[in-house]
Design a protein. Structure first.
Length: 714
């Protein structure tokens, strides 16, 4: 059985710097290592002195450094380059005295640098973060960027003019060049040492020549390699329905892609064509990335080239995009109702239920019952209970599950709310508007009635915890047989769906006994995940199975900065993001600043630019992950995304938690729990660095529950 080849991002950077003839030789070496990486062969394959599982492959004066995991038959490509410089990165000294060999593993960084677990030096010096009269000029680049150097690094000539004037790290990171170009220059200037390489994720190399395709610009990126714990779930119980749960960063979305591949391979083994598969992602921003990774993942079973389209039988989209497609297929004209349209409809509905004449007792009682229910609460009731559970008649609403809604509704109050909803719905219909909940309901009706006949043999639903029951029921109906349904979910990241029960979705959605847990966190450092988990403790409703995780990354503790106003928050974060990006050797588009609202985001992006940090506010529908700037977005918009560097700004009273009209104690408690989960989701978007800022005069009450053991207070 061949060994499986994985590669580190550091290896990718080294590879693209090689001349094309060396790239081809390295590709041949990849194929050879897949057959046998651990048998010494003359002067070509030898174990690297000082290591028990690191080897080198000789290509003239170039050395390909790799490690092996014998128990899994995995080869990890670590670095490739001139023997002198590449050996330095691995602390290789053939003349050194014999010492116990080291093992290359995810824990290597902590083993080589024990102080790292306590954080870098700056975490021990809060005084470094106080306002200064002048910004630092920045460290000079280790070498001048000349046309000859840039050409050697395969940097296109059209970018030379923007790069050559750069003399400092700050100037380089602001150069007007694409992110991939900037990343290649930074990796060439500062090749990472072995402890940095050990902290990088393992990427799968399905074909030896894929790295050549990447160097030529034909591949956007690589898919993460599944470890032994994840791999066993990729083809587990292909006849479902099945559910995989896991905490943030546990690889649920990656596993969904591998699940699709397992389904295709099963068909190939049976000499059958690829089955119809519907894969749903959470956000539009992830669709193109998922499609690119799937082309790579399916290259072997479907004989795809990097630029080939996926087969028509495989559809990658969001659930709402599918619902919209089906709703438009119905032929009924409609526009999507925005928030303002919904409020206008609700105010109209309230007015129709106001008593117009003395003695109009029925309307008086209904109006009185509804008076204390605020607009936000009612719209959530419409969205997540009435439309979310596909209530189409008063009897449906009376039977609906309202667990977690805070305010108990007796039969009379439910009847009054239904009257209000009925008037609200009529106004929207008259204006030819439909809410997203109503679009999902229409799609579900079209599918169940047989008006929409398209079905898929397999339906894969990623991030299922954030879909209302009607949307999940639509996914079940679109599957020819519920046995083809596969879901991933994390109950602790759900922003709205409280009181959810799987059996309420569909009578055929039975996942009892078909649920598994992913327990290893691949995204965040132990320090970030542990600190973020403190936000769940007061709620008392955390999915403890999903939140108990093990970690492969360590790093500095998250920092909380008490600022003297908004401008000071922006100034401090601009400094920290620059420093974190330089430490990680990443361009600044590796950072995101999350804020509670759109209005705060636009202002904060302007302030970051004023302090020298290129930033842009992006709404949920306009997120461009590849744009070379810091993304400023709302906490809601960041759901499903991840960034090496994340900052939460304006974590302040009446902003997080946001101000509420609620007066009932249960309603207030429910609102605060939802907002606390929102902050938790924001914190767990961070992979390596997490910063939190607030105005010191109005700190959020959520900060009071965070401890000195997990957070650095500045």
């Amino acid at each position: 059985m061949p060994w499986f080849i994985t590669h580190k991002p550091a290896y990718d950077a080294d590879f693209v710097d090689l001349p094309k003839d060396l790239q081809k030789q390295a590709t041949q070496a990849h194929a050879e290592l897949a057959q046998d990486p651990v048998t010494p062969r003359g002067n070509t394959i030898k174990k690297l002195k000082g290591w028990d599982n690191v080897w080198r492959y000789r290509l003239g004066d170039t050395r390909l450094i790799y490690s092996v995991v014998p128990e899994s038959k995995v080869v990890q490509l670590l670095a490739i380059g001139p023997r002198g410089s590449v050996y330095q990165r691995f602390n290789y000294n053939p003349a050194a005295a014999d010492q116990p060999p080291l093992t290359f593993s995810p824990e290597l960084a902590a083993g080589l640098e024990p102080s790292q677990s306590a954080g870098p030096e700056w975490t021990q010096h809060p005084e470094w973060f106080q306002p200064k009269d002048a910004e630092p000029v920045g460290a000079p680049l280790p070498r001048k960027l000349t046309p000859a150097v840039l050409t050697q690094w395969r940097i296109p000539a059209e970018h030379h003019a923007a790069l050559m004037p750069c003399l400092t790290e700050e100037a380089l990171m602001q150069a007007e060049v694409p992110p991939d170009v900037l990343g290649r220059v930074m990796d060439a200037l500062w090749p990472p040492p072995v402890e940095k390489i050990a902290a990088q994720p393992d990427q799968a190399l399905f074909k030896p020549e894929d790295l050549e395709q990447y160097a030529a610009g034909n591949l956007r990126g690589f898919l993460l390699h599944l470890d032994d714990d994840q791999r066993k779930f990729a083809d587990w119980a292909l006849k479902g329905p099945t559910l995989v749960k896991g905490g943030p960063g546990s690889g649920k979305s990656t596993l969904a892609l591998y699940r699709l591949r397992a389904i295709v391979e099963q068909a190939r083994q049976a000499a059958a064509p690829p089955p119809d598969i519907l894969l749903t992602t959470y956000t539009n921003a992830l669709i193109s990335v998922s499609e690119s990774l799937l082309r790579q993942l399916l290259a072997d079973p479907l004989n795809l080239n990097p630029r080939d389209n996926l087969p028509e039988s495989i559809r990658v989209t969001t659930v709402d995009s599918t619902a919209m497609w089906i709703a438009k297929h119905s032929g009924q004209p409609f526009k999507v109702a925005g928030r303002d349209n919904q409020l206008e409809a609700l105010h109209y509905a309230r007015s129709t239920l106001q008593p117009k004449e003395i003695g109009d007792l029925d309307k008086l009682l209904v109006a009185a019952a509804l008076h204390n229910l605020r607009d936000d609460y009612l719209l959530e009731e419409f969205d997540w209970v009435i439309e979310g559970q596909n209530c189409t008649a008063p009897a449906d609403y009376l039977a609906a599950n309202r667990a977690g809604r805070g305010i108990p509704f007796d039969e009379k109050l439910r009847a009054a709310v239904w009257q209000l909803y009925d008037a609200y719905r009529v106004w929207l219909q008259q204006q030819e508007y439909r809410t997203w909940g109503q679009i999902r309901q229409l799609a579900l009706t079209e599918v169940r009635s047989g008006n929409f006949e398209r079905r898929w043999e397999y339906v894969i639903v990623d991030e299922a915890q954030d879909l209302p029951p009607a949307a999940l029921a639509l996914c079940v109906e679109l599957c020819r047989d519920p046995a083809g349904l596969f879901l991933t979910a994390d109950a602790n990241q759900s922003l709205y769906n409280r009181g959810f029960r799987w059996h309420n979705v569909h009578h055929q959605l039975k996942v009892a006994g078909r649920t598994r847990i992913l327990k290893r966190n691949y995204r965040s450092t132990r320090e970030i995940a542990t600190a973020a988990a403190e936000l769940l403790a007061p709620a008392g409703s955390a999915d403890t199975e999903a939140v108990q995780q093990s970690f492969i990354h360590i790093g500095p503790p998250p920092a909380v900065y008490a600022a003297a106003g908004t401008s000071d928050q922006a100034r401090w974060l601009a400094q920290q993001i620059w420093q974190a990006a330089q430490d990680l050797r990443l361009p600044i588009n590796a950072a995101a600043v999350l804020v509670p609202s759109n209005s705060l985001g636009k202002t904060f992006a302007d302030l970051l630019n004023d302090h020298g940090l290129p930033a842009k506010f992006m709404s949920g529908k306009s997120i461009k992950l590849e744009e070379r700037c810091v993304k400023v977005m709302t906490l809601h918009s960041a759901k499903g995304l991840e960034f090496p560097i994340v900052a939460l700004a304006h974590v302040e009273a009446d902003r997080l938690p946001r101000e509420s009209e609620a007066t009932d104690a249960q309603d207030v408690a429910e609102h605060h729990e939802a907002q606390r989960r929102l902050m938790y989701v924001g914190c767990t978007r961070a992979m390596r660095y997490l910063f939190v800022t607030h105005d010191k005069s109005i700190p959020s009450p959520f900060l009071q529950q965070l401890t000195d053991n997990c957070w650095l207070w500045l």
